[in-house]
Write a protein that binds this ligand. Structure first.
Ligand SMILES: Nc1ncnc2c1ncn2[C@@H]1O[C@H](COP(=O)(O)OP(=O)(O)OP(=O)(O)O)[C@@H](O)[C@H]1O
Length: 269
């Protein structure tokens, strides 16, 4: 059976998710579904709450209200540990171990097959660097070791927080090809970025601003709906539309707080 078949359990279901950080609400009652076997881009300006949403999905974020289900189980459940891979923005590998040592260590912890380290090293384009100490790698290479660690055991859901940041265009293209291969093989990827030009590589986009969803759509439909030439312009059109005609906002009106409308109106003036 295809993963994307209608009626399949969504890979991620977020309902009414509210998160407070530092005494301030940073996610305001988010509702969204992510279908299995797809690549969803989570886009929005710095500080809009992307990492907080990803942390909630992985089950490491304290939430104030609402729920998150992952592959049909509550986020953070022990049964999900081997089914979900998470790559944070900060490389989370040991700098005093080599590339291969890091991956052999994480493979052992996860109980992944012994052939997995070589497979994932090749997938992220680090073949030839197996013996290099992680401390001696470039920032982009270190980030790819973290990504390789998340690919161990072939998780069904990959949560990637800005995985292409600081990478050159060729590497970015290679990684997006890898993401597509993984999705074609049935994996679900949720990839955050503040680089809107990566949006066209996604099946679906979640545009976020100030802890709320501005849009949940395919890239093509988003451009059609806003009449914009690129996702950057679509984002700005949505922000402007929200400020000028809150009654016609592209998210349900009740999820827009009055102060948000005032703020966006001031900013756009
Ligand atoms: N540990 C923390 N304590 C208090 N507030 C926090 C903490 N971490 C983040 N925040 C706040 O939560 C909000 C959302 O942050 P978050 O890291 O989720 O944004 P982001 O969209 O991932 O940003 P970026 O693209 O810069 O990583 C921001 O206003 C931030 O200041």
């Amino acid at each position: 059976m295809m993963n994307s078949s209608a009626g399949a359990v969504p890979a991620i279901r977020v309902t009414g998710l509210t998160v407070v950080r530092g005494g301030r609400p940073v996610l305001h009652g988010l509702d969204l579904d992510v279908a299995q076997g797809s690549i969803t881009g989570l886009l929005g300006p710095s500080g809009c709450g992307k990492t907080t949403l990803l942390r909630s999905i992985v089950g490491v974020q304290k939430t104030a209200a609402g729920g998150v289900e992952v592959l049909g189980a509550p986020a953070g459940s022990a049964t999900l540990r081997h089914r979900v891979g998470y790559v944070t923005q900060a490389p989370s590998v040991y700098s005093d171990l080599s590339v291969a040592e890091n991956l052999r260590y994480f493979a052992a912890v996860l109980g992944a097959p012994p052939t997995d380290p070589a497979r994932v090293i090749a997938e992220v384009g680090l073949a030839g660097h197996e013996g290099t100490l992680t401390a001696q790698l470039s920032g982009g290479q270190r980030a790819r070791v973290s990504l390789a660690a998340a690919l161990l055991g072939n998780p069904e859901l990959l949560i990637l927080d800005e995985p292409t940041v600081g990478l050159d265009p060729v590497l970015r293209q290679d990684l997006w090809q890898l993401f597509r291969q993984l999705a074609d093989a049935g994996a679900t990827l949720l990839v955050s970025s503040h680089v809107m030009d990566e949006a066209s590589r996604c099946d679906r986009l979640l545009l976020m601003r100030e802890g709320r969803l501005l849009a949940d759509d395919t890239p093509a439909e988003l451009l059609r709906r806003t009449g914009a030439a690129d996702v950057d312009s679509a984002f700005l059109a949505l922000v402007a539309g929200q400020a000028l005609t809150p009654g016609h906002a592209l998210v349900p009106e009740e999820t827009l707080m009055p102060e948000q409308t005032l703020l966006t109106a001031e900013e756009s003036s």
